[in-house]
Design a protein around this ligand. Sequence first.
Ligand SMILES: NC(=O)c1ccc[n+]([C@@H]2O[C@H](COP(=O)([O-])OP(=O)(O)OC[C@H]3O[C@@H](n4cnc5c(N)ncnc54)[C@H](OP(=O)(O)O)[C@@H]3O)[C@@H](O)[C@H]2O)c1
Length: 256
Amino acid sequence: MELELTNLAAVVGGASRGLGAASAECLAGEGARVAVISRDADRLRATADRIGGVAVPADLSTPAEAAAAVERAAAELGALDVLVVNSGAPPRGSFAALGDGEWASAIDGTLLSAISMIRAALPHLRRSSCASIVIVLAASVRVPLPNLAASNVLRPGLNGLIKTLASELAPSIRINGASPGRVHTEGADELDALFATAEGVGVDRIRARFEASIPLGRYGRPAEFGRLLTFLASPAASYLTGQVVSADGGMVRSLP
Ligand SMILES: NC(=O)c1ccc[n+]([C@@H]2O[C@H](COP(=O)([O-])OP(=O)(O)OC[C@H]3O[C@@H](n4cnc5c(N)ncnc54)[C@H](OP(=O)(O)O)[C@@H]3O)[C@@H](O)[C@H]2O)c1
């Protein structure tokens, strides 16, 4: 199968490491011209150099900066065919643990910045003959996850955004979600360490418990997620829009 990404222009948020970097690397490997966005300029430059892409340092946690970053990235590439909406995780914790400040930053960083990135991208995407948007989600779009109240509230909102825009942007722009279960990134390691501290157990115990809950018996590899996202973004997925597809080793047991 040919993904037909050669020379298409792709902008990937939250992409100096983890799922964003793996997705950017896969898109670049398929011939796309890629701009990567995240905060740490040195780490971002190293990732951009490794994949032959363009680095656009920016903080995606505020809607205004998120929109400006997409504008800069599209200007650097001279076009925009693929937008990957991704950034850091919203503040972790149970409902009881999150105050107004955490909720405000979660809403800004996860929901409003995604909306702003998409709004900034639309004029560019409308000039493309094969435009698509992919939003990086989480298993919380299907089932609420313990101690991740903000994710449980906001990721389903992004799923609603995908369904809304699938109709509003059709037929010229496709939009889908790629949903990781447990994919082994530094961010996932940090989350496991937080759970371990909260429960007073070792990280190995947390990890073993997650692995036991996954039918394929292991965390995913970032490249396995990157391949799913790259397919959804590519012209090869030309009849897919409004879908959320999981790369979770079977972790989420609910019906879609
Ligand atoms: N890995 C999983 O299993 C998993 C599961 C479910 C959901 N997710 C979600 O998927 C997303 C990516 O996860 P990951 O595992 O790849 O995380 P990660 O390893 O922590 O990587 C996050 C990336 O986003 C960048 N970033 C963080 N905050 C940012 C901001 N405010 N503005 C711009 N860039 C920012 C980071 O670079 P800088 O720090 O330099 O900005 C880094 O490149 C997160 O939203 C996470 O909650 C992941």
